[in-house]
Design a protein around this ligand. Structure first.
Ligand code: FUL
Length: 687
């Protein structure tokens, strides 16, 4: 009797186990699951730097410099909504310490500006606008504060918590708190030891539903770059206890840690322009539609949410050029996500417990709460989708049921052709959402094969699309000889048209056939056409200063015959010159410009190959008439945020300098341990 009871108990417990698949590994919290329902929302960088033309302010600015003329947060919200975005995260306080709301805990805030006679409050306006437009409201707060007198002391941690409390208790629901990992010196030259557990506890206390972003989460993590690209392999799991804000092995954040102890998925942040803040000089550098679409598939399509930055301008508005591009992107993604698989027939190689609850049909229904589960213990499976008729397609979206953990390591898509399934595309991880892009095919049946999974696969949803193909815009470059080339390597037989008078290129503009001379200052705009000039890429535009035709490198790294110095001025962003740095001595490059020029500033392009070694942080520039007697530095300082966002730097001198020689001293690189200096290009500004 006793034995029989035990057997019955064991059977019953197996039955109840068998009714739902067991969770695997780290799983998301309910606040993370809510966040996973989002995909695309705006970052807004708007603060003191907007008015000082900086990326990292110094904290020495006066409150009066903040003075938007037409600030309208409702315009931001309207644009975000029309662009299909789901929320806005605002830089409430950046590294210079200026607060966009009248904080009690600093004098450096809107309360002491002339803007609205010190009565304005950007957070109040924005949170109300978000509410009106049905958007979520989030805040970026930099713990690094270059202004606050208490920064660098333990008192500052208490002040920062009080500051957080102000932001989190006065403006309604906050869906996300974005903590920046940058940590430099404050006004007294000291760095702060942050009380992260205290900061996190403060957010949990006042906004328990908000997700917290940092390099280390705890809820969502940085993706390891500011370019907009998540890893093709992207685990939502992370060994969180090993990572901290400012984590030096940032590259681990891109793929995450397979088998990581905690669920900390990626949020992919990038800017619609080269910089995070508004600079009028970047009005023509809004990313092309094709670039943004590529980022869309590389963020939203690679298990991330996309935080796209809009640098609000000095008026206090999202600039017209950015608005136009956002709407083009919305129109494109709408067309590119018309589902061709909804409600079609699907069969699976196995089903968990053979119950209809976990049937494959759950994958093609509208609900994201139902899912298909493979038979317990199965790590491979196939899903066959019958589209019912010959269908043209080139994208496949697939989602795991992540509430029970991330499982799939490798999968493939094949299409029925000539009596068998033929390979079309493959991927590694899936997670919350993965979109595969492949060349356009026409077929009536698609097979998704889960080839490797850490536990029995659970798939929640699949969609199939036929996205319009975009034409990659041309790339414009200029050689040392001052010859401009325009190429379009990824498009077959394009016709490229261009202009040099600032006008927009059209089908009837001059056609590019061979490099042309532009040794002096000028702007080249170009466009690629295909299909008998019927389809066009977006236009692209490049501003050139004078070319390096007459220049020579007099010395580099202390030597007059150092190797590879031609790379410093060859006009090719993809080559760089490297030099080992010994001790405290700067690495110096001297250029002879071949003639006396009125120099307004200089440019430095860091290496563009994605590696970080040798990126110059602190610099000094001097000039000379004869290459022997040198001025005191006409410019010295640090390139803001250059490590995370290694774009070209243009630094203006306070006064124009008449000179023939220019000396660039690389004083320090972005990594303290680094013994190498690397320079892709050096140049001058003459206009
Ligand atoms: C970085 C900051 O240093 C940049 O200025 C910018 O705010 C970016 C989003 O995060 O860490």
């Amino acid at each position: 009797m006793y034995i029989r009871l035990i057997t019955l108990f064991v059977l019953l417990s197996q039955l109840s186990f068998a009714q739902t698949p067991a969770p695997f590994g780290a799983v998301p919290s309910s606040r993370q699951l809510q966040w996973h329902k989002l995909k695309y929302y705006a970052f807004v960088h708007f603060n003191m730097n907007t008015f000082t033309n900086e990326e990292w302010g110094h904290g020495t600015e006066t409150a009066d410099m903040f003075n938007p003329t037409q600030l309208d947060c409702r315009q931001w919200a309207r644009v975000a909504k029309e662009a299909g975005m789901e929320g806005i995260v605002i830089t409430a306080k950046h590294h210079d310490g200026f607060c966009l709301w009248p904080s009690k805990f600093t004098e450096h805030s809107v309360k002491n500006s002339k803007w609205r006679d010190g009565k304005g409050d950007v957070l109040k306006d924005l949170s109300a606008a978000c509410k009106e437009y049905g958007l979520k409201f989030g805040v970026y707060l930099s713990p690094w504060d270059r202004n606050h007198p208490a920064y660098g002391t333990s008192e500052y941690n208490e002040i920062f918590k009080s500051t957080l409390k102000e932001v989190l208790t006065q403006y309604g629901n906050v869906f996300e708190v974005w903590f920046d990992g940058a940590n430099g010196e404050g006004p007294n030259g000291k760095k702060q030891v942050y009380d992260w557990p205290g900061f996190i506890a403060t957010v949990r206390q006042y906004q328990p539903n908000a997700v917290i972003f940092s390099d280390a989460g705890p809820d969502i993590r940085w993706v390891g770059n500011e370019d907009g690209y998540a890893g093709e392999t992207n685990w939502a799991t992370l060994n969180r206890d090993k990572v901290y804000p400012g984590y030096p092995n940032y590259w681990e954040l891109t793929p995450g840690h397979e088998d990581g102890t905690h669920w900390v998925p990626t949020e992919v942040n990038c800017s619609i322009r080269p910089g995070w803040y508004y600079h009028a000089s970047e009005d023509n550098k809004v990313k092309s539609l094709e670039h943004l679409v590529d980022i869309y598939y590389s963020s939203i399509g690679r298990n991330g949410n996309w935080l796209l930055n809009l640098p609000v301008d000095r008026r206090g508005l999202v600039h017209e050029n950015d608005v136009a591009r956002l709407m083009e992107l919305k129109a494109y993604t709408d067309k590119a996500s018309v589902n061709l698989a909804g409600g079609k027939k699907i069969t699976a190689s196995s089903v968990f417990s053979k119950t209809p609850t976990f049937a494959a049909s759950n994958i093609l229904d509208k609900s994201r709460d139902t899912y298909w589960a493979a038979a317990d213990g199965t790590k491979q499976a196939t899903l066959d989708i019958n589209l019912g008729k010959s269908t043209t397609l080139n994208r496949l979206l697939i989602e795991e049921y992540i509430a029970l953990g991330q499982r799939v390591k490798k999968f493939a898509v094949s299409a029925w052709k000539d009596g068998k399934y033929q390979p079309v595309a493959q991927g590694t991880t899936i997670g919350n959402r993965r979109i595969l892009r492949f060349p356009t095919i026409t077929t009536s049946k698609i097979r998704v094969s889960i080839e490797e999974s850490k536990a029995s696969p659970l798939i929640r949803h699949i969609e199939i699309y036929n996205a319009p193909e975009l034409i990659v815009p041309p790339a414009i470059s200029r050689s040392k000889e001052g010859l401009v080339s325009i190429v379009c390597p990824r498009t077959t037989d394009p016709v490229i048209t261009y202009t040099t008078d600032g006008s927009e290129p059209t089908a009837s503009s001059p056609r590019f056939s061979q490099p042309f001379a532009m040794p002096q200052v000028g702007t080249v705009k170009a466009r690629a056409f295909i299909d008998n000039m019927k389809k066009a890429s977006s236009p692209v535009s490049t501003d050139f200063d004078i070319s390096s035709t007459k220049w020579t490198v007099v010395s580099a790294g202390g030597s007059t015959s150092a190797k590879g110095t031609d790379r410093l001025i060859d006009g090719n962003p993809n080559t760089s010159w490297q030099q080992r740095k010994t001790g405290e001595e700067p690495v110096t490059v001297v250029l002879d410009l071949g003639e006396t020029l009125s120099l307004k500033g200089f440019t430095y392009l860091p290496r563009q190959d994605g590696r970080k070694n040798g990126i110059v942080y602190r610099y000094a520039v001097s000039v000379s008439q004869d290459g022997k007697s040198w001025s005191a530095p006409v410019s010295q300082g640090a390139f803001s945020n250059i490590n995370n966002n290694p774009v070209g730097q243009s630094i203006r001198f306070d006064q124009p300098q008449s000179a023939r020689y220019l000396k660039f001293d690389a004083l320090e690189t972005t990594s303290e341990k680094d013994a190498t200096v690397s320079i892709a290009e050096l140049g001058v500004l003459t206009r």
